[in-house]
Design a protein around this ligand. Structure first.
Ligand SMILES: *[C@@H]1O[C@H](CO)[C@@H](O)[C@H](O)[C@H]1NC(C)=O
Ligand SMILES: *[C@@H]1O[C@H](CO)[C@@H](O)[C@H](O)[C@H]1NC(C)=O
Ligand SMILES: *[C@@H]1O[C@H](CO)[C@@H](O)[C@H](O)[C@H]1NC(C)=O
Length: 608
C-alpha cells in the first residue's frame, strides 16, 4: 500500500543511467510541447507571479542540480544513524507541560498545570515515533466522525465516562472510534443544542448564526469536538481549546478528526489571542470555576469577545442551584454583559456594544494599557478592560457577512485595502503552485510538472494546515477560495508585525506563538506545515533551526507535508537538516530572478 506505483516502478528499473535517459526524454518532450508550455509560463512571468518551473533551459539546470541533490541525499545516508528515535513513552509527548517538574520548580496554586517552557529543557534530540498501529487518518467527511483508536491515547475509563453531550463517543470495531453521524443514529444532541442556543439569541435557527455576525467561536473544553464539528458544517470557525491532558485529550481527538484545536488554559496567563477576536465563547461543562479569582477568567472572556458577542455557559444543574451562577452574575453586571436567556442549564450573555458602559458602573474596572506590538507572549491575566479605545470596537451585528473584508474593515488595521487585495491575489496563485507540488511525484526521479491533475487522496490528504508565519492570512484565504476542504491555524510569531487581529477579523483561526518554543499541540496533529520567511526571521532571533525542525517533525503526521519558502541560505541549511531527520526533501527554484527558494518535504511513514 505504501509508496506510489510509479516510484516503485522506477526503483525496480533502478540504476542512474536510466534516470538520465528519463530526464533527457523529458527534455525532448518539453521541447516538443514548447510553444504552448512557454506561452503559459510567459504569461505567468509577465505578471511577476512566482512559478515553479519556467522554460526549457531552466528546467535542464534544475534537473542537473536535482541530480546532484539526489546523489548528496544518498551519500548523506551514512550520517543518519546519529539521530535516534525517542522512547515509546514520548509517543504523545507535549513539551512544557511536565507537572512534576513544575512542582519541583516551585509553581503552585494551579500554576503547575500552566505551560512553562525553557525553565529547564525537556527537549531531547530524538524523533517521536508514531504508535505501533498508527494509520493515516481517514479523509473527510468520513474522517470527521471516525478515527483510528490506535492513533490517540485514550483509556477504557474514558469510554465509560463519556456520557455528557459533547463527550459522547463509541467504540465501533476493535480499531475505530465513532463520534457522531449525520443520520443521527449515534446521537443527535448537538444539533438540538446548537438550535437551542440560536433561539436563545433570538434567531430562528442556527443556520442564521452567520447573518447575526457570529463567525468565530472559541469552544473551551470542547469534549470530543462534536459541537465544533457541527458549527463547522454551518461554515463557522470553531476553535477548540482545552488544557493539556496526558491521556484522552480533547485537543488531540479534535485534531485527529481534522477539527481546529489548540492546547490552552485559564490559570494565570492570557490566552494567545488578541483582544476583540471572537464572536462567541462557549463552555459546556468545561470545568472552569468562572466565579473564582475575583472574576478574572470572565474578564479574560470579555477581552476575547468582540462587542455584541456572546458568552454561552452550560453548567451542570447542581452548580446552577448551588448558587455559582448568582456569583457569576455579580461579575457579568460589572462587565456590562446582558443575560439574554436561560434555558435549563444553559445561559447566554451578550457583551455590550457600548464602550462607555464599563466606566458607568460602580467601582468600575480601569482600562488596560494597550500596546500595538506583541510585547510578551502569554502575559499574565490582567484586572482591567481591553479594547474599548480600539478602532476595532465594532459590534459584530454591524459587520459585513462576506469575505473578503471591505476597505473600512481592512483600514482599521492600518493596512491599505489595495495591499490586502494584492496579497489575496498573490496567495491564490501561490497555492495553485503548492498544490501541484504536494504529491510524492515531486520526489520521484521523474518530477511532476505544473498543470498536471491535482493528486488525489489519500496520498496528499490535507485537512489541518499550520501556517507558521501567516502575515495577513493569505494562504488561508486562498484555501477558502479554492474550496479545498482544509482549515488553517494561522500563527503570527511574536516580534513580527501584529497582523493577528486582521486574521481573526476575517473569520480565520489564529494564535500568537514564539517559534523558539514548542507549539502547544500533540504529536502528529497537522497534515501540512507552511512557513514563508520564518527561517530568516528566526535567524535574527538566534534560536536553533535544529530545534525548530524537530518540533515540526513532532507535530506533523507521518506522510504529512512541509513547504518552506525563504532565501537560499536558510533554505539550504534547512534542507541539510531535513535530510538528516529523514524527510524527503527537494529544493525548488522559483525562477523569477530572486534568491527565493521553496523547500518541499514529506515526513516518511516509518523510519528505520
Ligand atoms: C518530568 O520532570 C521530571 C522531574 O524533572 C523528570 O524526572 C521526568 O523525566 C520529566 N518527564 C518527562 C516526560 O520529560
Ligand atoms: C451599528 O449599526 C447601528 C444601526 O445600523 C448604528 O446605529 C451604529 O452606529 C453602528 N455602530 C458602529 C460602531 O458602527
Ligand atoms: C520572486 O518570488 C518571491 C516569492 O514569491 C517574491 O518574494 C519576490 O519578490 C519575487 N522576486 C522578483 C524579482 O520578482
Amino acid at each position: 500500500m505504501r509508496g506510489p506505483w510509479f516510484k516503485r516502478l522506477l526503483r525496480v528499473s533502478g540504476p542512474r543511467p536510466f534516470l538520465i535517459l528519463c530526464l533527457v526524454s523529458a527534455f525532448i518532450l518539453i521541447a516538443l510541447l514548447g510553444p504552448s508550455a512557454s506561452g503559459d509560463f510567459g504569461r505567468v512571468n509577465s505578471t511577476a507571479r512566482p512559478d515553479i518551473y519556467s522554460g526549457y533551459r531552466r528546467l535542464k539546470e534544475q534537473a542537473t542540480s536535482d541530480y546532484l541533490e539526489l546523489r548528496s541525499l544518498s551519500l548523506g545516508a551514512n550520517r543518519l544513524k546519529d539521530i535516534p528515535l525517542c522512547n515509546k513513552e514520548r509517543e504523545n509527548f507535549v513539551p512544557c507541560y511536565n507537572v512534576s517538574r513544575n512542582l519541583l520548580l516551585g509553581f503552585k496554586d494551579g500554576e503547575e498545570f500552566d505551560r512553562h517552557c525553557g525553565v529547564s529543557d525537556d527537549r531531547q534530540n530524538c524523533l517521536i515515533r508514531p504508535p505501533n498501529n498508527y494509520k493515516a487518518p481517514l479523509s473527510w467527511p468520513a474522517g470527521r466522525d471516525i478515527i483510528w483508536s490506535a492513533n490517540v491515547k485514550i483509556t477504557k475509563d474514558q469510554f465509560l465516562s463519556s456520557g455528557s453531550m459533547t463527550k459522547r463517543l463509541m467504540l465501533l470495531e476493535e480499531n475505530q472510534i465513532a463520534f457522531h453521524s449525520e443520520d443521527g443514529v449515534v446521537f443527535d444532541g448537538v444539533k438540538d443544542y446548537s438550535r437551542q442556543i440560536a433561539e436563545m439569541i433570538g434567531l430562528a435557527s442556527d443556520a442564521e448564526f452567520r447573518q447575526a455576525g457570529v463567525h468565530t467561536i472559541l469552544d473551551i473544553g470542547c469534549g470530543f469536538g462534536s459541537f465544533g464539528a457541527h458549527l463547522l458544517s454551518l461554515k463557522l470557525m470553531a476553535v477548540c481549546m482545552a488544557a493539556y491532558e496526558s491521556t484522552g485529550s480533547q485537543v488531540q481527538l479534535a485534531l485527529e478528526r481534522g477539527l481546529p484545536a489548540v492546547i490552552g488554559n485559564f490559570i494565570s496567563k492570557q490566552l494567545p489571542f488578541p483582544s476583540l477576536s471572537y464572536d462567541m465563547v462557549h463552555c459546556a461543562q468545561c470545568g472552569i470555576l468562572w466565579e473564582d479569582k475575583d472574576g478574572m477568567f470572565l474578564i479574560e472572556v470579555d477581552r476575547l469577545l468582540k462587542p455584541g458577542g456572546y458568552f454561552v455557559l452550560t453548567s451542570p444543574a447542581n452548580r446552577v442551584q448551588g448558587g455559582s451562577i448568582r456569583r457569576i452574575e455579580v461579575f457579568t453586571q460589572k462587565l456590562c454583559w446582558i443575560l439574554l436567556a436561560q434555558q435549563d442549564e444553559t445561559f447566554v450573555w451578550q457583551k455590550t456594544a457600548d464602550a462607555q458602559c464599563y466606566s458607568s458602573k460602580q467601582d468600575a474596572l480601569t482600562s488596560c494599557q494597550e500596546k500595538r506590538e506583541i510585547q510578551s507572549y502569554y502575559p499574565p491575566l490582567a484586572y482591567c478592560i481591553s479594547g474599548t479605545t480600539s478602532q476595532r470596537w465594532i459590534p459584530i451585528q454591524n459587520r459585513s457577512s462576506s469575505f473578503p473584508l471591505s476597505s473600512t474593515e481592512v483600514e482599521v488595521h492600518g493596512v491599505l485595502h489595495e495591499e490586502y487585495l494584492e496579497d489575496l491575489d498573490y496567495w491564490k496563485s501561490v497555492l495553485k503552485n503548492y498544490w501541484s507540488l504536494l504529491t510524492p511525484l515531486i520526489f520521484s526521479d521523474h518530477p511532476k510538472r505544473p498543470g498536471e491533475e491535482d493528486p488525489l487522496p489519500p496520498y496528499n490528504m490535507i485537512r489541518n494546515v499550520l501556517d507558521m508565519n501567516a502575515h495577513y492570512g493569505g494562504l488561508n484565504a486562498a484555501f477558502l477560495e479554492a474550496r479545498k476542504s482544509a482549515w488553517v491555524m494561522n500563527v503570527v510569531p511574536i516580534r513580527e508585525r501584529n497582523t493577528l487581529p486582521l486574521i481573526t477579523d476575517q473569520g480565520f483561526a489564529g494564535v500568537y506563538h514564539d517559534w523558539c518554543e514548542p507549539f502547544p499541540t500533540y504529536p502528529r496533529t497537522y497534515d501540512l506545515l507552511h512557513a514563508n520567511g520564518l527561517l530568516s526571521h528566526l535567524e535574527s532571533e538566534s534560536c536553533s533551526l535544529t530545534d525548530l525542525l524537530f518540533e515540526m517533525d513532532r507535530i506533523l503526521r507521518p506522510e504529512g507535508w512541509i513547504v518552506l519558502s525563504d532565501k537560499l541560505g536558510p533554505i539550504e541549511k534547512a534542507r541539510m537538516l531535513a535530510t538528516e531527520i529523514r524527510w524527503e526533501a527537494r529544493v525548488i527554484d522559483l525562477q523569477n530572478g530572486s534568491d527565493q527558494r521553496l523547500l518541499v518535504c514529506q515526513k516518511p511513514f516509518v523510519r528505520k
